[in-house]
Write a protein that binds this ligand. Structure first.
Ligand SMILES: NC(=O)c1ccc[n+]([C@@H]2O[C@H](COP(=O)([O-])OP(=O)(O)OC[C@H]3O[C@@H](n4cnc5c(N)ncnc54)[C@H](OP(=O)(O)O)[C@@H]3O)[C@@H](O)[C@H]2O)c1
Length: 165
């Protein structure tokens, strides 16, 4: 299982249940990375998508109210989610929001982190991977300019992956 996220300088990821900025190169990266794969998200992130479910991906939603989302596969806890994805062959990408990242981070092998070189007024955050002992940055792209923002694409690897059981 992998994770994909876009963060600002303070690891902010969102505000008012929306993204912090429109970052076209990151949207393209997200689409390319997750296309044909399984994506896992919390109900708030799912509801934040203008068009849902996201096309050409299997959308899995964590929620205590599955009856509200009959169009997607829902799970009421992470044990149920793990039982479902255990036998899947497609890659699984955790794609937010903050509550789901926090719960699933220990189980992820890699984190694809887009760094946006800005400081926004965020109200939800991602853990600072540069400060976590078991996470190591293994790749970082050159700076890309997109919609007036400077961004870089980084890959972090988890040296202490927790078993999904
Ligand atoms: N920058 C990025 O890359 C990025 C990516 C994704 C999201 N975001 C942003 O993050 C924000 C949303 O994040 P958030 O933390 O507020 O919400 P969230 O994590 O997307 O969703 C929270 C909801 O998920 C459900 N949930 C979480 N864990 C669960 C569990 N173990 N079992 C059952 N249900 C569970 C609950 O739904 P119920 O209340 O339905 O029970 C909970 O209220 C938005 O601003 C969004 O734009 C940013």
């Amino acid at each position: 299982m992998n994770l994909i996220v876009a963060v600002d300088r303070k690891y902010g990821i969102g505000k008012d249940n929306g993204l912090l900025a429109r970052v076209p190169a990151d949207m393209k990266f997200f689409r390319e990375k997750t296309m044909g794969k399984i994506i896992v998200m919390g109900s708030s992130t799912y509801m934040s998508f203008p068009k849902r479910p996201l096309p050409d991906r299997e959308n899995l939603v964590l929620t205590s109210k599955p009856e509200n989302y009959p169009e997607v596969t829902c799970f009421e806890n992470i044990a149920e989610l793990f039982a479902y994805i255990k036998d899947k062959h497609e890659d699984v990408f955790v794609c937010g929001g903050s509550t789901v990242y926090l719960q699933l981070l220990p189980y992820c092998e890699k984190a694809y982190v887009t760094h946006i070189d800005e400081e926004f007024e965020a109200d939800v955050f991602f853990p600072n991977l540069d400060e976590l002992e078991n996470w190591e940055k293994t790749e970082e792209s050159d700076v890309v300019e997109t919609n007036g923002y400077n961004i870089t694409f980084a890959v972090y690897e988890n040296n202490d992956i927790r078993e999904m059981n």
